[in-house]
Every structure is written in structure tokens, then in C-alpha cells.
Design a protein around this ligand. Structure first.
Ligand code: ATP
Length: 369
């Protein structure tokens, strides 16, 4: 069993800065968990504490059935893959991959066989005699992966391993990593600031912000049911639309009242919101849940002016402007590419109310629905 368990982990750096605040995370054997969040949220610090490269201020980390707090990195039976590959430039690919195994006093035959197997899995058999400088970025990253997998560790720790690759190669390597995990089934913890990587790779994703774990769940759960405004806004491209306003209850109905209109909220929200008349809230909806309203669609729609139309090939992003008090507010719709719209045109956009959210306007930004 290679479960990785973080219990109440705190990291306070010298100088008193608290980079990780009471983090609890239970990663199951064979699971692929992605820790995702913006720069500085504490994800690398968390990973480095699991690896033993950073001391824990308080809390407990277990890998498999051992508490590893006081165990040196090399004895934790984990393999780490870094953003900068960390290959030895003077060694061949074979020697780079064999290095850790030789240190652990494996026999020559065992080393050769494990390197060969790993090279085959990664499609780099023909590169074994080359030095890193004679490899492309993608090939170097495969070698770095190879060096991790030959060791057959209890867990892989990935620190932004694809960041140095160009956009196209990144997507290819992402798929390869996923396929590799499906074959090897080694417990994996992967750190990235890229939400698309998190969504596509993780069995579960752990969203961090300002040192605090915000939400841990399967990608689509987090996407569809974000616990707060930060998580809602962090995942998804384009970002979720947010509009500020107030809750208004009229009889059994609950409305979102904002300066450009009033929208009746779906019945599923009644229970959570009908005692909150007058509360300042933020209404959220994703671009893909906006369409063009028909003439009879007065309900759940917003009157707006088209500002910018961005064709993406398979879809169309349309930025539209709703007047809010004296200021303007741009929102975005992701529409069928065949729709013909021109900047300056005014029309009504309809929202799929089943997919909308209402967040507290206060600091927590808690999802109230
Ligand atoms: P990035 O994506 O930019 O690498 P991150 O989420 O991985 O960001 P960390 O590297 O974990 O963030 O850093 C978390 C916070 O801790 C940051 O505010 C950073 O400035 C701070 N920090 C990191 N290392 C140290 C250190 N050695 N001493 C003091 N503060 C540190």
C-alpha cells in the first residue's frame, strides 16, 4: 500500500511566513492527485515536504505505513520529477537513468534490464547513448521520467514537469503521463499552476490558495460544484463570469437583483437563499452556459451589447457588456461558431440557470448554493 497521508501540515518559513496552513490530504494507493493553484499558494512547499526536501513545522506525513517526518529524502522511497529535468549533463541517458539504481547497489544485469524496460515504455530506447545536450526538451523530460520509473518507487512526485515544454508538446506529454500512470498505477502527486493539466490528469484535484487547501475532489465535481468563488474562478477557460448584486425574496421565489436587471433563481436554491433577503452576493455562471435568447425567453436572460467576437474554430467566445450602474461590466459567452454576431449589436443572452452559482460577497466567497 502506498497511501500518502498529510495530517495538519504547517510550514512556517524563517522570518515567520506561513506558506502552508493546516493542510490535510489523504492520497490513496495508486491514486493520481494534482495540487493546483496560483503562484505562491504553497503547492511546491507541500510537495517538497512530502519529498523531505523541506522541513515540516508541524503535522505528520506518512508514506505507505511509515511516518516519514524524520526520514531522509533518499530513504522515503519516492521519485521526484522536476520542471528543469535535473539530468546530469556529463552522463549518457542510460547512466542518468541507471544512476539511482547503481547507488542502491542493484546488480549490473538488474540495472540494465530495468533501464531497458523503462526506455521501452517511454519510447527512448534509441537515445540511451546520447548525452542530455543532444536531446530535445520533450526527450529530456522523458529521460527524467525514465529515471523516476526505473526505481519502482512507492510514489512519484511531479513538480511542474511540463512547464518548460512548448504548448503543443505539453499537451502530448500530458497524455503520455496519463497513459503511463494507467499502466504503472503508482501513487502520484503532481503540482501545477495549469488548471487544464490538473483537470485532465488528476483522479482528484486539490485546489490551494494562500497556503490553504480549498477543495479536494474529482475534477468535474470541483468544476461543477466549487466550494467558493476562488475555486470557481480558478478552474475553467474562459473564467467564470461574476456579477455583484443582492438577493431578493418575493413570496416563495428568490431573485438575484443587480443594477442591470433581476433574474429569478432556480427552485433548487430556494432553501439555501430564501432567508437571505437583502444579502450582498456574487452571481456566477460559466461562458458555456450562456446562449442567445429567443424572443419569448424573457426569464433568465440578460440584455447586453456585443463588444468583441473571438472565433476559436470549434467555438466562439463573445464578450458582451451589461451596464452596471454607471460603469460597464464585460461578460463572456462561449457559443456555437455558426452564430453571426457583430460588435455593437444588442441582444438578450439566456443563462442555463441549472448551472449557475451564488457566492457570498464577503471574504470567504463561500458558495451559498
Ligand atoms: P510557484 O507556482 O510560483 O512555484 P507555489 O505555489 O509552488 O508557487 P511555494 O513555492 O510553495 O509556492 O511558495 C509558497 C510561499 O512561500 C510563497 O509566498 C513563497 O514566496 C514563500 N516561500 C517559498 N520558499 C521560501 C523560503 N525559503 N523562505 C521564505 N518564504 C518562502
Amino acid at each position: 500500500m502506498s497511501r500518502v497521508l498529510l495530517e495538519n501540515i504547517v510550514k512556517v518559513y524563517q522570518g515567520g511566513f506561513e506558506a502552508v496552513k493546516d493542510a490535510c490530504l489523504d492520497i490513496a494507493d495508486r491514486e493520481f492527485v494534482v495540487i493546483v493553484g496560483p503562484s505562491g499558494c504553497g503547492k511546491t512547499t507541500t510537495l517538497r515536504m512530502i519529498a523531505g526536501l523541506e522541513e515540516i513545522t508541524s503535522g505528520q506525513i506518512s508514506i505507505g505505513d511509515r511516518i516519514v517526518n524524520d526520514i531522509a529524502p533518499k530513504n522515503r522511497d519516492i521519485a521526484m520529477v522536476f520542471q528543469n529535468y535535473a539530468l546530469y549533463p556529463h552522463m549518457t541517458v542510460f547512466d542518468n537513468m541507471a544512476f539511482g539504481l547503481k547507488l542502491r547497489k542493484n546488480s549490473k544485469a538488474e540495472v540494465a534490464s530495468r533501464v531497458k524496460d523503462a526506455a521501452e515504455i517511454l519510447g527512448i530506447e534509441k537515445l540511451l547513448k546520447r548525452k542530455p545536450k543532444a536531446l530535445s526538451g520533450g526527450q529530456r523530460q522523458r529521460v527524467a521520467l525514465g529515471r523516476a520509473i526505473v526505481r519502482k518507487p512507492k510514489a512519484f512526485l511531479y513538480d511542474e514537469p511540463l512547464s518548460n515544454l512548448d504548448a503543443k508538446l505539453r499537451v502530448t506529454m500530458r497524455t503520455e503521463l496519463k497513459s503511463l500512470h494507467q499502466r504503472l498505477e503508482t501513487t502520484s502527486i503532481y503540482v501545477t499552476h495549469d488548471q487544464a493539466e490538473a483537470m485532465t490528469l488528476g483522479d482528484r484535484i486539490c485546489v490551494m490558495h494562500e497556503g490553504i487547501i480549498q477543495q479536494v475532489d474529482q475534477p468535474m465535481e470541483v468544476y461543477n460544484r466549487p466550494v467558493n468563488r476562488f475555486v470557481a474562478g480558478f478552474l475553467g477557460t474562459p473564467h467564470m463570469n461574476f456579477v455583484e448584486g443582492k438577493i431578493e425574496t418575493v413570496g416563495n421565489s428568490v431573485f438575484f437583483n443587480f443594477s442591470a436587471g433581476k433574474i429569478e433563481l432556480p427552485a433548487r436554491m430556494n432553501e439555501c437563499l430564501n432567508a437571505k433577503n437583502g444579502r450582498d452576493v456574487v452571481f456566477g455562471f460559466r461562458a458555456e452556459n450562456v446562449s442567445i435568447a429567443s424572443k419569448d425567453d424573457k426569464k433568465s436572460s440578460i440584455n447586453a451589447k456585443v463588444e468583441v467576437v473571438e472565433p476559436l474554430g470549434d467555438r466562439l467566445n463573445v464578450y458582451f457588456n451589461i451596464k452596471c450602474m454607471t460603469s460597464e461590466k464585460w461578460l463572456v459567452a462561449n457559443l456555437d461558431p455558426h452564430v453571426r454576431l457583430t460588435p455593437g449589436q444588442t441582444l438578450r443572452f439566456k443563462l442555463n440557470m441549472d448551472k449557475t452559482h451564488v457566492f457570498d460577497k464577503g471574504d470567504t466567497g463561500k458558495n451559498l448554493t
